[in-house]
Design a protein. Structure first.
Length: 373
């Protein structure tokens, strides 16, 4: 039998491992994030330990606009409904920037209710920030490699230039600026790209056979942005350059892209990345492709990761989950290059018994029907 690491590496190389790899993906026993401290998630993490082919999200330095030298001050207020509202102020050479975030009770995903960039002057303030150094702790990165050994594959998340820039804006404001005058947007993208390339090269020089997750391309897709214009203009060449650097360092490039894919698949293939995730599929209202279509169009050049819809994991029945896993394996596993995982790991607190049982069925069905014949 293959180890989880061998199984995943074989899939990333579009080969056929001893069975289809399966993982909850964004959570693992090796991390120290909120699921590791939330008691209701302990059974899920134990399922991943026993049955999962774990991909471990590990910290690595990818500074773009802010780093440890930035003068940052935060204040948190607990409101009457229990929500935690945090105001953060960044000092720049051209004046302060302010953001406000909110964390609601029972959720572990925060919401940005006031973004850093709200004016042209704020763009100039961001661009005035000094170029952050890349300080790679090689010993710490190697400690992570030793920590997971053959039990998991490491993943770092530099994102791409679009992902780093969009988060500075309210998304609607970003879209309107792109349509009206995208000169300031392109200036931010160019700065982000230059710094990401440098950081990816520095981190990649230490790690080998690690996945580098380029999150952000989905922001340039339908329905708010015309992908034929903006995905081509903002994503393709920059992600292609990052992918080339990742490959030069002996690592794997993964494109993270939620949402509608039909108009993006050819451009994603052009980037030259090794894998695409998490692949939302019809009949989900956020999707416009079937898994079979994705396999036919790009599966000969890329590993496909995903296909278990988050709605099924959280709200479906065990029968729904079993049917969906079998269907995904039938569509994407032939020929190799497939990793089964949900389009989003759960983040409700506490974890519901329904979600836990569906996860159990996901693992069991993948082990039962994920064999290559």
């Amino acid at each position: 039998m293959m180890t989880p690491r061998q199984r995943l590496l074989t899939a990333f190389r579009r080969g056929q491992p001893d069975r289809v790899p399966v993982t909850i993906y964004e959570q693992s026993i090796y991390n120290d994030d909120w699921p590791n401290r939330e008691p209701s998630y302990a059974p899920l993490l134990e399922l991943e330990r026993q049955y999962g082919d774990t991909i471990v999200f590990m910290p690595a330095p990818f500074p773009v606009f802010f780093d440890s030298r930035t003068d940052v001050r935060s204040a948190t207020e607990v409101q009457s409904d229990g929500a935690k509202v945090t105001t953060t102020t960044y000092q720049t050479p051209k004046g302060p920037l302010r953001s406000v975030s909110r964390l609601d009770p029972g959720l572990m995903t925060g919401w940005q209710i006031e973004h850093l960039i709200k004016s042209d002057a704020d763009v100039e303030r961001v661009l005035s920030l000094p170029d952050p150094p890349v300080e790679v702790d090689a010993a710490e990165l190697r400690r992570w490699e030793q920590k997971v050994g053959e039990n998991a594959l490491l993943c770092v998340g530099p994102g791409d230039a679009v992902g780093r820039v969009v988060g500075l804006f309210d998304y609607q404001d970003f879209v309107l600026r792109c349509r009206k005058d995208d000169g300031p947007i392109r200036a931010l993208l160019d700065v982000a790209q230059e710094r990401l390339v440098r950081a990816v090269r520095a981190v990649g020089a230490v790690l080998k056979n690690t996945t580098f997750r380029l999150w952000g391309p989905e922001y340039c897709g339908a329905p708010l942005m015309n992908p034929r214009i903006y995905f081509r203009r903002y994503v393709v060449e920059r992600a292609k350059q990052l992918t080339q650097v990742i490959h030069e360092t002996g690592n794997f490039s993964v494109i993270h892209c939620h949402g509608m894919l039909r108009d993006l698949l050819d451009m994603i293939l052009e980037i030259g990345a090794d894998a695409l995730e998490p692949i939302e599929t019809l009949p989900m209202p956020t999707a416009d492709v079937t898994l079979a279509e994705v396999k036919q169009r790009i599966g000969h050049k890329m590993c496909l990761m995903g296909a278990v819809q988050a709605r099924t994991l959280e709200a479906g029945t065990p029968e729904d989950m079993r049917r969906e896993v079998r269907s995904a394996i039938e569509a994407a596993a032939p020929g190799g290059g497939f990793v089964l995982l949900p389009t989003s790991a759960p983040f409700m607190v506490p974890l519901t018994p329904r979600c836990l049982e569906n996860a159990r069925v996901m693992y069991q069905t993948a082990h039962e029907f994920g064999r290559y014949t």
